[in-house]
Design a protein. Structure first.
Length: 651
């Protein structure tokens, strides 16, 4: 139904054809004056492909043709032009409908005026033949275009995983690791050489690529069977070597004896001309493309060769960049895989271990090291996997050390050959290292500490600037990971400490006491209660009360393992103590507290405390029982007059 509606659109055109068929030929009118009408129609088609404007173009052309002789008009060829443009730009069904409409129009005109002129059978048959042939041609071209489009879609589908917007990250990484996609250099070079050989119709076409100072033959097409497929020419030697070094497009139409010096034939061959073009891009010389022929070569041959050389150079550059990006992608995928591990709950030792694994997976070094530089302590080696001449904790001279210089350097530090005198990995006195390439990166562990991770390689100049950037990304991960470790350590300490006194809090005290009982043969526990602490708060205020608590915490800080037991009570755990020493340690606590002086606006305040003690394993067999016995002794000290020491089991 939709197609029928589209055809109905042509009805106005058919009506116009009917009235045109009943018109009168004006053969006397000079078609030169009417050419403006079909020209205007063509101009309309240059700006739009809409149906109504196409009908307008046909109407203008038809008007001019009818007024100047119909099928016999000199302007009749405009039909061919308009129909062909329509066939290229629009759908084929519109092309067929328009062609049939024109045939009907012109046939009706001829039949209506048969009395005045002969039926223009030849012109209409020629037009019909053109319509059919053009339709077939356009159909083939459009089918080819669709086929190419489908082929392109298939290629896109084949490598869709390369598109980060259309494929999952895991699929792309897996494809990269399996190396599903790789630019085949042999196919690339052979394709270009074959194109040159078939287009220029020469005797031989070949491509030489530069490998250090040698030109290696990588692809060749020839009519001559005896070719040196493994030809190698030194840059600057022979005809090919000289032209490759010069790097300019060249035509030699009189080779004479020079044909023997071309270098890729196994026998004499009768050729007259040689043309070459450099394969170079952005100042980089990749090689030379060569053709020889039995005929004279011309400027067209040279220009075509130059164009192919440029394209080939660009494709070689793209392929090499792809391979480099491919390696980078694999390395960054490794970084990404390791990032989650580095930023999870690892200890410092585990973090250093993972960083060594990361460096090994990405760079395959012959040695890896990790050092730490602190503002006051200087530089120390934490781990070195390589020569066994450096131990953990080894300190080195900061001023002449590559490791220390790396810590100060912004970004990565790359030393291409450590065998040269003047610098050391660690400092003077070390032997000349077997590894020659050094690449290190520094990163912040905290405000006063810098970490350094470095890798070494046996070969000189083994790592590039790109490798340094990847190592820099790894350092960013390590910096974040070490900061997380520091924050966790700090949070762990804060979770165990009392906020006012800085001593262990009640929970941490219980853990320390349990650990001491499990690990030590003897443990002494003292519980301390400040005498009349409520009166101090009521008389002087809570700020002074807090000052008293802080002062007492300072007094007992070096007496053992001190803790704030709760409120105005403190506890001190002393390990490896004898039962005879319990009285002396308890009296020492009492005396230290008596001597403590706290300043307030009202004057100096002196406080006393009651102390109860218990001894493990004599008085108790467990943590709970030991606390209970010490607490009972404290109660007796308070009820017997305060400012006293009472031990469990004693009066």
């Amino acid at each position: 139904m939709k197609d029928i509606l589209k055809i109905v659109v042509y009805l106005p055109f058919l009506v116009y054809a009917f009235f045109s068929a009943s018109g009168t030929f004006l053969k006397s009118v000079n078609p030169f004056y009417l050419i403006a009408l079909p020209v205007a129609g063509v101009a309309v088609l240059l700006f739009t492909s809409r149906l109504w404007f196409y009908l307008l173009a046909l109407a203008l052309a038809n008007l001019a043709i009818q007024l100047s002789g119909g099928a016999a008009s000199q302007l009749f060829f405009f039909y061919f032009l308009l129909l062909f443009v329509e066939g290229l730009r629009a759908s084929l069904w519109r092309y067929i409908v328009a062609g049939v409409s024109i045939l009907v129009l012109e046939s009706l005109s001829a039949l209506f005026h048969l009395a005045q002129s002969a039926f223009p059978l030849g012109a209409l048959l020629a037009f019909s033949g053109f319509v059919v042939l053009a339709y077939l041609f356009l159909s083939v071209e459009k089918r080819r275009a669709k086929s190419l489009e489908k082929s392109l879609e298939r290629e896109r589908a084949k490598y869709h995983w390369l598109d980060p917007l259309s494929s999952p990250r895991e699929e792309r990484l897996q494809s990269l690791k399996e190396e599903k996609y790789s630019i085949d250099a042999d196919v690339l070079c052979s394709g270009f050489v074959k194109l040159v050989f078939e287009t220029l119709r020469v005797h031989t076409a070949g491509l030489f690529l530069l490998n250090k100072d040698k030109l290696e033959l990588v692809a060749i097409e020839s009519q001559f069977p005896r070719i040196k497929k493994d030809a190698s020419i030194t840059l600057g030697e022979g005809v090919i070597g000289y032209l490759a070094r010069e790097g300019k497009p060249t035509i030699l139409n009189d080779l004479r004896e020079d044909s023997k010096r071309i270098g890729y034939y196994d026998a004499e061959v009768d050729i007259k001309a040689l043309a070459t073009a450099p394969v170079a891009n952005a100042g980089t010389n990749y090689g030379i493309i060569v053709v020889d022929a039995e005929r004279a070569l011309n400027e067209y041959d040279k220009d075509f060769l130059v164009a192919v050389g440029d394209l080939l150079a660009r494709d070689i550059e793209i392929s090499r960049q792809y391979e480099e990006r491919h390696r980078e992608a694999l390395r960054f995928s490794g970084l990404y895989e390791m990032a989650g591990n580095l930023l999870t709950g690892l200890s410092e030792e585990e973090l250093i271990e993972r960083s060594f694994e990361l460096a090994g997976d990405i760079f395959d070094p012959d040695a890896t090291g990790f050092a730490r530089l602190r503002d006051k302590e200087g530089a120390a080696l934490l781990r070195y996997d390589g020569e066994k001449e450096f131990d953990r904790g080894f300190r080195f001279e900061p001023e002449r050390s590559l490791v220390a210089m790396t810590a100060k350097h912004k970004g990565f530090l790359l030393h291409r050959d450590m065998s040269k005198p003047g610098l050391y990995r660690f400092g003077p006195g070390e032997k000349v290292p077997a590894n020659r390439t050094f690449m290190g990166i520094g990163f912040d562990e905290d405000e006063h500490t810098r970490g350094v991770l470095w890798i070494e390689k046996l070969e000189a100049d083994a790592y590039s600037e790109r490798d340094g950037k990847i190592l820099g990304f790894a350092a960013t991960l390590l910096s974040a990971a070490f900061l997380r470790v520091r924050y966790q350590e700090q949070l762990g300490r804060l979770a165990r400490l009392d906020g006012l006194t800085g001593l262990l809090n009640h929970r941490a005290f219980q853990e320390e006491l349990e650990s001491s009982i499990q690990k030590r043969p003897t443990v002494g526990l003292f519980i301390i209660d400040i005498d009349h602490f409520k009166n101090i708060n009521d008389t002087y205020g809570h700020p002074v009360g807090d000052a008293v608590l802080k002062k007492i915490s300072e007094v007992i800080r070096d007496k053992g393992i001190p803790a704030r037991y709760g409120g105005e009570e403190f506890a001190v755990v002393i390990t490896d103590i004898t039962s005879k020493d319990m009285i002396g340690k308890g009296e020492e606590l009492l005396v230290s507290i008596r001597r403590a002086m706290i300043r307030a606006k009202e004057g100096t305040i002196q406080v006393t405390a009651s102390v109860g003690g218990a001894f493990y394993p004599r008085d108790a067999k467990s943590r709970e029982e030991l606390i209970k016995k010490a607490d009972a002794a404290l109660y007796r000290a308070k009820t017997s007059g305060r400012d006293k020491l009472m031990l469990s089991g004693e009066g």
